[in-house]
Design a protein around this ligand. Sequence first.
Ligand code: NAD
Ligand code: GLY
Length: 359
Amino acid sequence: MKTINIQFDDRSYPIYIGQNLISDFSLINQHLPHKKIAVVTNNLVADIYLDTLINSLSPHKDVISIILTDGEKHKNTDSLNIIYSELLKNKADRNITLIALGGGVIGDITGFAAATYMRGVNFIQIPTTLLSQVDSSVGGKTGINHPLGKNMIGAFYQPKCVITDVNVLTTLPRRELSAGLAEVIKYGLIRDIRFFEWLEDNMQSLVGMKQDYLMEAILRSCQNKADVVEADEFESGIRAILNLGHTFGHAIEVAQGYGNWLHGEAVGAGIVMAAKLSQSMNWLSDKDLKRITKLIKNAGLPTIPPNISVEKYLELMMLDKKTKDGQINLVLQKSMGEAVLTNAYDSSKLRQILDQSSH
Ligand code: NAD
Ligand code: GLY
């Protein structure tokens, strides 16, 4: 097992990365100060992993399970209310720990429930998708979607620990694995060109789910994310670079209906759109753009966005949390391995990239 420690003063915490960690009671117990625990998961993950976790916890703890309906379209107030109601029905007081067992949807909702139930209770992440292991479980962003905008309601709230069990990826559908790889590629592009090159060399092994390679990719991704969020926990500056491709991606997710394009797929196509705009500013060469497009494609991700009208794109992109004074700010690539948040792009070029009918 490897451990990455995230340093946030009194809110520092470890990310444990290894095999068969879900059933390791002594590991999780270091972060369980209370008797009462609520495991929040969804119907799909519950069928595969809930018993393993409950069997490890229940001889020592009072455990309740809260099973939500699977899917991005359930990352909403209804699911949140189910959690609050179950906690209240079970007379949960402040001495409870919420454990999120699932992908980014479960992690984000459970984290927000933990941040807000009785103004804040203990919270542990057990991420079960590649995407949640390399990104959403790290750094404390929690929240839910609004019908009009992605992740619009939320809080920064750090977990007590993250338990990343690489074994659970064996049951992950290929499409979900690819979605996670979009965020992995992102780290290489924004700040770690050596990692990008490693991904170019080893993408086949990652897509082929080779455990050693997945472990390496998770470690390097989490270390990159830890470095960025430690420098800027509340996203007043550098943390925004973690959103490469996301302003485009979130617009795609909302326009297509939550869950139709997976978050990672939308981010993958969004990374290519950002690269095109960066290339139009001569920050990237034609060759760089080809390398990026090829790696996204080799990861099994779409490189061409869906056909959405330019006006709809711009309307949705305007809702992005990085928009300031009516100006859409975008994370673009200054070079390979370097990203910048900027509004100094050519708007007509942006419109051209958004306009699929012109391609
Ligand atoms: P997800 O949570 O919907 O999981 C994807 C699918 O895989 C679901 O059907 C899920 O039930 C299933 N699943 C989970 N683990 C499995 C396993 N081990 N085996 C088989 N199936 C499994 O989606 P995701 O890609 O994990 O996360 C996407 C969400 O994360 C989005 O809502 C996005 O906004 C959010 N996100 C948040 C952050 C953050 O910093 N908080 C960062 C990136 C993404
Ligand atoms: N996923 C972007 C962030 O955590 O800031």
